[in-house]
Ligand binder design. Structure first.
Ligand SMILES: C[S@@+](CC[C@H](N)C(=O)[O-])C[C@H]1O[C@@H](n2cnc3c(N)ncnc32)[C@H](O)[C@@H]1O
Length: 192
């Protein structure tokens, strides 16, 4: 079986070209994107959170799976890189882009929980994990990727990934599945 996605979002080639021109190498790969789209499609009128917009490649995959009633909030620390996403996707009324630190946003947010949280940066994954998990609705999904070694990992990051996986596995309020596929993913679903 070839697992290369056959349907890609319309904005993806332009976003990828802008990311490559800017030397941004942290975008999600297409297999992860296809999973994001499928998880978003599973949540009609869903509330979706992306931590770490990057250049917007994950954002456009999420939007491609969302129905008209779904809403996506995407948070990014670096306004320069998020500009690509704002330019290509900002006219879509389903998405709200936030420029700022994801940890601050997580701690300040006091709205309703999310049906899908794609935690694709440090806050919500290696810091503020409890806060991100608290924002997952019952039956909702928390997804992380880049669990296989990636270019640019800081020294000792492998041990941090090991601790994160162990902590998630120990959570009694989530059911976890590890996906040794694409960049290495973990999906956790809130049970209570
Ligand atoms: C792996 S990339 C995101 C890729 C994107 N989600 C995708 O699917 O293509 C991680 C992003 O997190 C951003 N970032 C780093 N520290 C952050 C922080 N404290 N708060 C929010 N975003 C942060 C980086 O600038 C980078 O754009």
């Amino acid at each position: 079986m070839d697992d290369t996605p056959s349907r890609i979002p319309a904005a993806l080639p332009a976003l990828r070209a802008q990311a490559e021109a800017a030397g941004f190498i942290m975008s999600s790969e297409d297999r992860t994107g296809a999973l994001l789209a499928a998880l978003a499609a599973a949540r009609p009128s869903g509330r979706i959170l992306e931590l770490g917009t990057g250049a917007g490649e994950g954002t456009t995959w999420l939007l491609s799976g969302m129905d008209h009633g779904s809403r996506l909030t995407s948070v990014e620390l670096d306004p320069a890189v998020q500009t690509f996403a704002r330019e290509q996707l900002g006219a879509d009324p389903r998405v709200t882009f936030v420029s700022g630190d994801g940890g601050t946003w997580l701690r300040d947010f006091d709205g309703p929980p999310f049906d899908l949280v794609f935690a694709d940066t440090w806050p919500g994954k290696f810091t503020d994990l409890d806060r991100a998990l608290a924002l997952v609705a019952p039956g909702g999904t928390y997804l992380i990727d880049d669990l296989f070694p990636q270019p640019g990992w800081p020294e000792g990051h492998g041990a941090s990934v090991g601790r994160l996986l162990a902590e998630l596995d120990e959570r009694e309020d989530f059911r976890c599945v590890r996906l040794a596929w694409a960049s290495g993913l973990l999906m956790a679903v809130r049970t209570s």
